[in-house]
Ligand binder design. Structure first.
Ligand code: GLN
Length: 284
């Protein structure tokens, strides 16, 4: 006998729980298959309409089970639904680009606060922009800014282009290595979420098996790439310019040491669970 919508949602949750995944992912996946929001799953009329629009409940069910199997094979939820939420934004993501993390949201607050204290237009460069989460959050929340998003990985650039064209076309995308990007340019603010995980550190399977290593690993102690990003920031910033850089919880001292020669007012900020997560400083 054909299962009802509620029954296969329950079945999906059981499958995820048994495999050690959060059961709420079943709601996200089913809502995605139906083309509605997760909240709308609680509205029987919306659900009925969505099912009728697709026409065949067995198609919905099969698509849903396939997605559950992929989730149980550790594909990130956001790669399956194609969407990641970051601050006020809905970003498109998929294989080839890092899923924006909630802990990066606080870095945006610190940058916005710095921008508020400046007069007129503010130029901001995002080093290693990935999906564009940081860039687009700042571009949309601080309209007096001009953003340049630097990214060298072609797969990530594709996602960056999609998000920039949907959210804020005024952002300039530069496909380049951070080290030699924007020769001769000077800006007010640099933001960065570099790859900073120490090579060889064990990561959850979702991350290790599906997200791009180029966006994650920063060298033997994770600091090789962040050091390059700090040097690039020192080159790009005007005197009095502001740097905000995310890092590993093990790196606040190494980051401060790398900033010491060119920056002052160096402060480390914790993330929501109290781990040292990003550092800010002012270019001398
Ligand atoms: N914070 C990310 C993670 O936990 C890593 C992001 C990065 O290396 N920039 O996987």
């Amino acid at each position: 006998m054909e299962l009802t919508f509620k029954e296969f949602l329950r079945g999906g949750k059981e499958q995820l729980t048994a495999a050690g995944f959060p059961e709420v992912d079943a709601e996200h996946l089913l809502a995605h298959v139906l083309g509605i929001s997760r909240m709308e799953l609680h509205n029987p009329v919306t659900v009925e309409n969505a099912i009728n629009a697709i026409g065949d409940i067995t198609v919905i069910e099969e698509t849903f089970w396939k997605m559950l199997d992929r989730r149980c094979a550790h594909e990130p939820l956001q790669y399956l639904t194609g969407v990641a939420y970051f601050r006020y934004l809905e970003l498109q993501v998929g294989p080839g680009v890092l899923v924006p993390r909630p802990e990066s949201e606080l870095l945006v607050d610190a940058v916005l606060k710095n921008i508020e204290g400046r007069d007129g237009a503010v130029s901001v460069v995002d080093l290693g922009a990935g999906s564009g989460a940081l860039t687009l959050a700042i571009a949309t929340e601080a309209p007096q800014t001009h953003l340049i998003a630097v990214e060298k990985d072609p797969a990530a650039v594709e996602w960056l282009r999609k998000n920039v064209s949907r959210i804020d076309e005024t952002v300039r995308i530069l496909e380049s290595d951070v080290e030699d990007a924007l020769d001769g340019v000077k800006c007010d603010v640099v933001i960065a979420n570099p790859p900073y995980i120490p090579d060889g550190q064990e990561l959850p399977k979702d991350v290790a098996e599906h997200e791009p290593a180029i966006a994650l690993f920063g060298g033997e102690d994770g600091m090789t790439i962040p050091r390059r990003f700090i040097n690039a920031a020192a080159r790009l910033l005007k005197s009095g310019g502001f740097l905000a850089i995310e890092h590993h919880e093990s790196q606040p001292i190494d980051i401060a040491a790398a900033m010491l020669s060119d920056f002052e007012n160096i402060h480390c900020h914790n993330d929501l669970v109290g781990r040292p997560r990003f550092t800010t400083g002012t270019r001398r």
